[in-house]
Write a new protein. Structure first.
Length: 191
């Protein structure tokens, strides 16, 4: 018998000062049995870092949400679609392989990876040359110590605030606060 995903609920109060995007988001995260709290919280951070793009990519007429993630390897972790169903932004967390990234770049206008974990630098050294030819791809690294601290904020029902300022994000709850400073490893090229 297959194990079922665990459902987490998050009330996220987002203040993206960098992009002038503010809002409250009622989120449901289905955590796959093989997914860690750290990975689940990185997905939530990825959504918060990209929520402003609903306005910049879709003129506010789009939707941001979680994809199937680990339940379906052909689905993103976070996705922005416009009102026509066009995939405007595809977000992956972790250390995906080259072929799925190339496939994502062929299906979406832009693709962003948020790599994390102590092994992220090794992964990047191995894949950087292979994905250099993907102009729609941007790759960001989230420091392992910071993402590991995120796991402590995870609970089945979460009340979170996220503040994006000067390229960094601070996520806080009654359990504490975690400050993350993403580092750009590869910028997407302008179309």
């Amino acid at each position: 018998m297959a194990l079922k995903s665990t459902v987490f609920k998050a009330q996220l109060q987002l203040a993206d000062i960098d992009h002038g995007c503010y809002g409250d988001h009622a989120l449901t995260l289905a955590r796959h049995p093989s997914e860690t709290d750290e990975r689940m919280m990185v997905r939530l951070v990825a959504l918060a870092l990209n929520a402003h793009q609903v306005h910049s990519l879709c003129g506010g007429d789009g939707r941001i949400g979680f994809g199937a993630g680990l339940c379906d390897p052909d689905d993103p972790d976070v996705l922005i679609t416009d009102f026509t169903g066009r995939k405007r932004l595809w977000v992956e967390v972790g250390q995906p392989e080259e072929k799925p990234l190339a496939r994502a770049c062929s299906q979406a206008d832009a693709v962003v990876v948020y790599a994390y974990a102590p092994s992220a630098e090794i992964w990047w050294r191995g894949i950087a040359g292979k994905v250099a030819r993907l102009p729609r791809l941007a790759v960001w690294q989230l420091p392992a110590e910071q993402t590991q601290a995120l796991a402590a904020l995870a609970e089945r029902s979460m009340q979170l605030t996220a503040t994006v300022q000067e390229g960094a994000i601070t996520v806080a709850s009654e359990r504490g606060a975690v400050h993350l400073e993403p580092q750009c490893w590869k910028a997407a090229q302008a179309a």
